[in-house]
Ligand binder design. Structure first.
Ligand SMILES: [Zn+2]
Ligand SMILES: [Zn+2]
Length: 288
């Protein structure tokens, strides 16, 4: 079966594609303990589904509610089984569907106060809003969530780690630089979802106006393939089993470039490497 999203074939040494993907039939009671599916990734919308079987979350919901429902159902996932939505920051590619899904499925939305304030008009009334603070761990049933601050041009943006009984998932997209705090939080993950936004040459030579190029390259913009490679090089360890490259620019990157460049970081371990897609829902990846 094809791996997640637009993952591309590669002959890079030490990088292999995977086949441990869930059945796409509709599941009433999931028979896994940790599953992850990137519903969409990129500047037109982001959403990641994470489930322990008992507890299911969306991290961001940056497509329309209908499109998120469609993508979940395409992987046999029932939106009625969602328990919560977590919000990383207020940019519309992360919150477009949050309000409607919260109201439709009576979902609490976990969001920090500055982000909530900045997003209030786009979110509308939420079924329930739960405040978190970057740096403070909270739990949703059997999932332990740790939000950590990232450097991005939003009010109080964060990445997340999600820990289920010792298995850790790290998510860091929308960051201009990987600070030492980001690196510390992303250590020891089984699955990393990392930004590989742009190829630096494509950005510089591409069609964006210069101020936009500067913003993307800045400390509060997005990680390039090169920066993502350096970060992954530091984070690799024997327990790292899966790496998903995310939030690729459709204008200033290609899945093949991101895969090839960032994949070179993996010199000391051999995780499965994937590239998440904007337009297609990824496969449901089972971690355990
Ligand atoms: Zn974004
Ligand atoms: Zn953003």
């Amino acid at each position: 079966m094809k791996p997640t999203g637009t993952a591309v074939d590669s002959d890079i040494q030490g990088v292999k594609m995977t086949d441990n993907i869930a059945s796409e039939q509709f599941q009433v009671k999931p028979d896994y303990n940790l599953g992850v599916c990137i519903l969409a990734s990129g500047s037109k919308g982001n959403a990641v589904f994470i489930s322990s079987g008992d507890t299911s979350l969306l991290i961001d919901a940056g497509l329309s509610g209908i499109e998120i429902e469609r993508r979940l159902k395409s992987r046999g996932l029932d939106p009625k089984n969602l328990d919560a939505i977590l919000v990383s920051h207020e940019h519309s590619d992360h919150i477009q569907g949050v309000g409607v899904l919260s109201r439709r499925y009576k979902l609490p939305v976990y969001i920090n106060s500055k982000t909530r304030k900045a997003a209030v008009s786009q979110l509308g009334n939420l079924y329930d809003s739960k405040n978190f603070e970057c740096g403070s761990t909270f739990t949703i049933n059997d999932l332990s969530i740790h939000p950590f601050s990232i450097s991005h041009d939003a009010k109080d943006p964060c990445g997340f780690t999600v820990n289920q009984n010792g298995t850790k998932i790290g998510i860091a997209t929308d960051l201009g630089i990987a600070t030492s705090m980001v690196k510390a939080h992303l250590k020891g993950c089984t699955l990393l979802i990392l930004e590989a936004n742009h190829d630096e040459k494509m950005l510089i030579n591409g069609p964006y106006p210069w101020p936009v190029k500067q913003r993307v390259k800045s400390r509060i913009g997005h990680l390039s393939n090169e920066e993502s490679k350096a970060l992954l090089n530091e984070l690799q360890h024997d327990g790292l089993k899966h790496v998903m490259l995310a939030h690729l620019s459709e204008t200033n990157n290609t899945p093949q470039k991101a895969f090839n460049e960032v994949g070179q970081a993996l010199t000391r371990c051999e995780p499965h490497l994937y590239v998440a897609s904007q337009n297609e829902c990824g496969a449901l990846l089972l971690l355990k």
